[in-house]
Design a protein. Structure first.
Length: 142
């Protein structure tokens, strides 16, 4: 898995423990919501997770992480398209994603889901260990 802010992938139980402790998975609210991505055939088999962050009533940001062994099987694309459908249904008009500049696979995934680079570049400071990451902004109008 290759996502912002983490140098090493989590153990299999870390995402599940985190979600069980901190998330109400039944609502897409006006606050950060985190969704687990699971296999339909086996909902206990975690594929990854997705964040939904409302910016205002018109724009929201999403991010996704898929475990490496599930990468390339369509789970990420299905999750992005589904969250965009729900976001549109709930009234948001624009979806943004910040993607690491060196994560070409994720950039390609978002392109296949109808997102386009805006040209905006952002840097983020990660505290432990201290380093800087460069993020490209992608946008999809719903």
């Amino acid at each position: 898995m290759f996502w912002t802010g983490h140098l090493l992938p989590p153990s299999k139980n870390q995402p599940l423990d985190f979600f069980q402790k901190s998330i109400d998975p039944h609502e897409l609210a006006d606050k950060r919501t985190i969704f687990m991505i699971c296999k339909e055939a086996d909902p206990t088999d975690t594929v990854g997770y997705m964040y939904f962050d409302p910016i205002d009533r018109e724009r929201a940001e999403i991010s996704i992480a898929v475990l490496g062994r599930f990468s390339g099987h369509g789970y990420g694309k299905e999750a992005i398209l589904e969250i965009c459908r729900v976001i549109k249904e709930r009234g948001w008009q624009t979806v943004l994603a910040l993607i690491r500049e060196d994560n070409k696979r994720s950039q390609n995934l978002f392109n296949r889901c109808g997102f386009a680079p805006t040209g905006k570049i952002t840097t983020r400071q990660i505290d432990i260990p201290p380093y800087e990451i460069v993020m490209k902004e992608y946008c999809k109008y719903l």
